[in-house]
Design a protein around this ligand. Structure first.
Ligand SMILES: [Zn+2]
Length: 230
């Protein structure tokens, strides 16, 4: 990164649409809590969260206590999204069980008017079928690694895309960014909090816009999507 970009970074907060780590003071992040792993999370008042049931841990099933707990947490003003939730045909419970758990979270999102953070692995057709029935609801396909065409189809159904550090320095980034509207694209660190800055750097370079400008664009989108003043 150039010196100019580093200087900009020093005075900018970054925005992170999805992380599994506690963010530093310089990052506004949506910290993802899987209730299967942390059934009784303790929220830090200055942090913001998404709560949900991750498909990977869906063999644990869905019972009334879990439903009530997720429902209660979803109402917290610190919880800005539901998820990550979704479908995974490689890992997790039988797909029918996953669908049932996903449907419950779709309903919660509607009830409390909060966007969904989506996990989808080898389940695209099913995911699109669900999205078509829920066009009005804001769904963020996190950790996106598919084609530009698929992303555009998703966006046409009212979805947003979130990409992570895997895209940093990717030779597909240029063509991807040329076609995906910047106001439909969120950035995330997921499991790699230390690589968020590099992702911003790579994208600002590819788009040929200043680092601080990219941060400003992300900030605006982040605030609109998660309905926060962050
Ligand atoms: Zn994740």
């Amino acid at each position: 990164m150039s010196t100019q970009a580093s200087q900009n970074w020093m005075c900018c907060k970054l925005f992170d649409a999805h992380t599994h780590h506690s963010p530093t003071d310089r990052v506004c992040a949506i910290e993802s809590i899987d209730l299967y792993l942390i059934p009784e999370p303790i929220f830090i008042p200055s942090h913001r969260y998404s709560v949900g049931l991750h498909p990977w841990n869906s063999p644990k099933g869905l019972n009334t206590a879990l439903k009530l707990q997720l429902d209660a947490l979803s109402q917290s003003e610190l919880v800005l999204a539901i998820g990550e939730c979704g479908l995974d045909t490689i890992r997790g419970a039988h797909i029918e069980t996953q669908k049932e758990i996903f449907e419950f979270q779709i309903e919660l999102g509607k009830q409390y008017n909060k966007p969904l953070i989506i996990h989808s692995v080898k389940a695209n057709q099913l995911l699109f079928d669900f999205k078509k029935k829920n066009r009005e609801q804001l769904w963020i396909w996190h950790g996106y690694s598919g084609s530009t065409e698929l992303a555009l189809e998703w966006i046409r159904l009212g979805g947003l895309i979130s990409i992570g550090p895997k895209w940093t320095h990717s030779n597909k980034l240029d063509i991807f960014l040329r076609q995906i509207p910047i106001d439909k694209l969120l950035l995330e660190s997921d499991e790699l909090p230390n690589r968020l800055e590099d992702l911003y750097g790579s994208i600002s370079q590819t788009l040929n816009i200043g680092f601080a400008d990219l941060v400003a664009i992300q900030g605006e989108l982040f605030r609109a999507v998660f309905k926060t003043k962050a």
